[in-house]
Design a protein around this ligand. Structure first.
Ligand code: FDA
Length: 319
């Protein structure tokens, strides 16, 4: 109920214009968002890099409705990829296809994404395509698959899969068979019970199962670009200590090196755990969002943890 309500709010325009009027809302969101500009993101990445943590940077924005907005998103990513190269920081990028025009036209979206993947290829970088709600799942996989078929880009793009969906096991098998580089997360959207496990315990159990599958499959899958140049690092995106312990135990059982896969977490969440994992010798990457369209992302972070909301609401009405 609680989670669904905040995910509903993340998509409500009236709630967005109400909430973003308060300066405190930005102050609260800035726990999860590195800043409003590309330079803010670079500063945050530098701090993470100094702690031995890699980054994946996200220019906030989603569900655009005009071609101009979609083109602006692509331009924004070209800029941040140039800045990553110019500053020599360790970061790739994460994108959302609805920010690139997926809801306007799939080919328009593909053209915009291709520009960014092309730039990543030239600068020796990598583009991770985030997974949004199920109305977009098939189209997201379709765009990713077209990019992967282009041998030039096969190693420069990866995809996210969500453990709360029943379909994910089949998607994971098909995509790893083709050598795709995947990030596994639990899933952050409202989904009906005929598409996603309604109970958290079932989502968690599926996450553990899919982690094992991903680690097994990554062992046997061909290198993403056929050259072996880019290791097919499977990415486990979670702050859940039980999921992390299960992954560590399975990797140890299979005698996988600690840097064979990476743990990924969100900016501002469980910094202690991020640093602990680095000290233990695991690869860690933090998702660093920046930009002015922080509202939906912030609402999804509130949805994940009631304590975040009580802190936010109590301060909202105190000001
Ligand atoms: P869970 O929600 O069970 O939380 C476990 C623990 O983590 C909590 O007890 C708490 O300690 C901490 N925690 C989790 N969320 C918190 C928060 N907001 N504030 C404070 N503490 C929190 N989703 C998606 O649908 N598509 C995508 O492409 C991505 N991409 C993505 C990338 C990366 C790098 C991460 C880490 C996550 C995503 N997600 C995502 C979000 C993901 O689906 C999920 O909603 C969150 O990661 C929360 O789930 P956990 O696995 O952390 O477990």
């Amino acid at each position: 109920m609680f989670r669904s309500f905040f995910i509903f709010l993340s998509q409500a325009h009236w709630a967005r214009s109400f909430t973003t009027r308060f300066r405190f809302a930005w102050l609260a969101a800035s726990r999860f968002v590195a800043g409003e500009t590309a330079d803010d993101a670079i500063t945050a990445i530098r701090v993470l890099n100094a702690k031995g943590i890699n980054a994946t940077v996200d220019l906030l924005g989603e569900s655009v409705t005009t071609e101009a907005e979609a083109a602006r998103a692509a331009e924004g990513y070209l800029l941040i990829l140039d800045k990553i190269a110019a500053h020599g920081v360790r970061s790739n990028v994460s994108i959302k296809l609805t920010q690139f025009g997926l809801d306007i036209d799939q080919n328009l979206c593909l053209r915009n994404v291709r520009r960014v993947v092309e730039k990543a290829q030239v600068t020796g970088n990598f583009v991770r395509i985030d997974m949004e709600g199920t109305p977009h799942t098939d189209r997201t996989i379709a765009v990713f698959s077209v990019l992967r078929k282009d041998a030039q880009f096969a190693g420069n793009a990866g995809l996210v899969l969500q453990a709360y969906l029943y379909r994910t096991e089949a998607d994971l098998l098909a995509l790893t068979e083709a050598g795709a580089r995947l990030r596994l997360c639990k899933g952050a959207y409202n989904e009906p019970p005929d598409r996603a496990f309604p109970r958290k315990a079932d989502v968690d159990a599926n996450y553990v199962r899919l982690t094992r599958l991903l680690l097994d499959r990554a062992q046997t899958a061909p290198p993403a670009d056929g050259s072996g140049r880019i290791p097919p690092l499977p990415a486990l995106a979670t702050h859940d200590e039980k999921m992390i312990a299960a992954a560590k135990a399975y990797a140890a059982e299979k005698r996988l090196p600690r840097k064979y896969f990476e743990f990924q977490m969100l900016y501002g969440i469980r910094r202690d755990l991020q640093e602990l994992l680095v000290r233990e010798g695991y690869a860690v990457r933090v998702y660093v969002p920046y930009g002015t369209s922080w509202y939906p992302y912030f609402m999804r972070r509130l949805a994940e943890r009631p304590a975040n909301v009580w802190f936010f609401v109590s301060n909202l009405f105190r000001r």
